[in-house]
Design a protein around this ligand. Structure first.
Ligand SMILES: [Zn+2]
Length: 179
């Protein structure tokens, strides 16, 4: 059988489409986790987000953000999960990128959580060193060469406050303009 999402994109499988700009489709999930659960996927057959050009990847996640702003206009809800699964062990069932935007309600039956893996401060520090050292050996000082900012890993102890991001997200109503 062909890829389900490609077939939907071609119009061979009917769906409850909400939006289609020729590049991305937003539709109701036919097996919704909750009321208002939607899916967003590219028309192009990308197996994972790693195959997507950066621009399209950004558009995909931006669409999720737009939907999170728009859904409360029609459904009384203020909590959401964005779910993306890459790989079989993560729950990817179709070989096509799909983002789930799941509205969350008090006492809904959705379970997204985990038993924390027990790792000591020492084990975490070793893992941190291992990751940084391995990436530094491979890529030099910057694991992401395209970024200008050098990552400055800091060691956290239990008593230290969470590091705050220096960049506050810029809220823009321009994003609400659908193309
Ligand atoms: Zn496909």
């Amino acid at each position: 059988m062909e890829c389900l999402f490609c077939e939907i994109a071609k119009g061979n499988i009917p769906t409850f489409k909400l939006y289609d700009d020729g590049k991305f489709i937003v539709a109701l999930d036919v097996n919704p986790a909750t009321y208002g659960h939607i899916i967003i996927f590219p028309r192009t057959h990308y197996q994972t987000i790693l195959e997507m050009p950066k621009e399209e990847y950004c558009q995909l996640f931006n669409l999720a953000r737009i939907m999170i702003r728009l859904i409360p206009e029609v459904i009384k809800v203020s909590s959401f999960n964005i779910l993306y699964s890459l790989g079989v062990d993560a729950g990817q069932r179709m070989p096509h990128v799909v983002l789930h935007v799941i509205p969350r309600y008090k006492d809904d039956k959705v379970a997204i959580g985990w038993e924390p893996l027990k790792m000591s401060q020492d084990e975490l520090r070793k893992l941190q060193d291992y990751i940084i050292n391995t990436l530094t050996k491979k890529f030099g000082n910057t694991p992401t060469p395209s970024q200008q900012q050098k990552p400055t890993p800091t060691r956290q102890t239990a008593n230290e406050p969470q590091p705050k991001s220096s960049q506050q997200p810029q809220e823009s109503t321009q994003d609400l303009t659908l193309p």
